[in-house]
Design a protein around this ligand. Structure first.
Ligand code: NDP
Length: 294
């Protein structure tokens, strides 16, 4: 079979995220009417990393579009840990702030583990705090990391019930791979979590009904690593150069996926879902803090 001959079926994360943001906007109006309070998200950026600045701006715009309050804090790159921890402590205590996100990566001298643990788990809308990770792993209500949550939503929207499907997740970070595996397990998939030490990765990938690639290596996963009919979620975003130009590519060789059932494009697949899920987590945190059951 010539697997490079046809076009892949696209899972349109941009359109899904846009519908989700519209729905969240309606729900935000409802909770404001019922409580008299506006959900608020605080984003903290330390330093001047260019990509982080773009992400923070996008989050700010999306928060306002959904009708929530957006609080932005920018600290200089040489800020001592004590200043950042003091700010987090103030935000933990501020009733106008329902969600707190500290943009990663942090400058070298700051330990992300210490910073994440300082955030009140009830306001940890990134879902990175060990309390939320533990709750997810033990099947309890948790604030779930936004990117894997978005991937699960796309999969359930596309496939419906995921029970019994074999999901292979490539990448085992705390931010994407591990919570993705937990969410798929929670959805009754049989889950294989692969990583850089996995032996014969192509063979493992070929057994997947659902393949989630969260690696950060441009087009590492080739078309012949994927069985016909599989659904592919490409999480990694990689900027590659062609002469003077650069373009974004995923971890999966998109042009070789004509035989799969569906695939997320890069860009326009998982990326937009991450911000939509951040808004959803902020609303979830607000509801829980105000004793509202959704
Ligand atoms: P990390 O660098 O933390 O983790 C990468 C994972 O890939 C590790 O578990 C690593 O294995 C594994 N890996 C690396 N090389 C190989 C290999 N050759 N074969 C198999 N596995 C390998 O990255 P993140 O999880 O934070 O992010 C992954 C990608 O997703 C990045 O490209 C990032 O930009 C993107 N991303 C996209 C988001 C979005 O909104 N679309 C949001 C978050 C991330 P090991 O543990 O053994 O080292």
């Amino acid at each position: 079979m010539d697997i490079s001959a046809t076009q892949p079926v696209r899972i349109d994360g941009k359109a899904f995220a846009s519908r989700m943001t519209t729905r969240l906007g309606t729900e935000v109006v409802e909770v404001i009417t019922n409580t008299g309070h506006v959900p608020g998200l605080a984003v903290v950026l330390v330093g001047d990393d260019a990509a982080s600045q773009v992400y923070v701006r996008s989050k700010h715009r999306a928060t306002l579009t959904a009708g929530m309050r957006s609080f932005e804090y920018r600290l200089p790159s040489d800020s001592p840990e004590t200043s950042l921890l003091k700010l987090i402590s103030d935000l933990n205590a501020d009733p106008a702030v329902n969600g707190i996100l500290v943009q990663l990566p942090l400058p070298q001298h700051l330990d992300p583990a210490v910073v994440i643990e300082a955030i009140d788990p009830a306001k940890d809308v990134d879902g990175f705090h060990e309390i939320n990770a533990g709750r997810l792993a033990t099947g309890q209500d948790a604030l779930v990391p936004c990117t894997p949550l978005g991937c699960l939503m796309l999969l359930q929207d596309h496939l419906g019930d995921l029970s019994g499907l074999h999901a292979v997740v490539v990448g085992r970070s705390n931010i994407v791979g591990k919570p993705m595996a937990q969410l798929l397990l929670g959805a009754n998939c049989t889950v294989t979590l692969a990583h850089s030490r996995s032996r014969d990765l192509p063979s493992i990938c070929r057994t997947a009904d659902i393949l989630v690639a969260a690696v950060g290596r441009p087009e590492m996963i080739r078309g012949d690593w994927i069985q016909p009919g599989a659904t592919v979620i490409a999480v990694g975003i990689n900027r590659v150069s062609h002469g003077n130009q650069t373009r974004l590519v995923g971890d999966v060789a998109f042009d070789e996926t004509g035989h799969v059932a569906a695939v997320t494009p890069v860009p326009g697949g998982v990326g937009p879902m991450t911000i939509a899920c951040l808004l959803q987590n902020t609303l979830t945190a607000f509801r829980r803090q105000n004793g509202i059951t959704a």
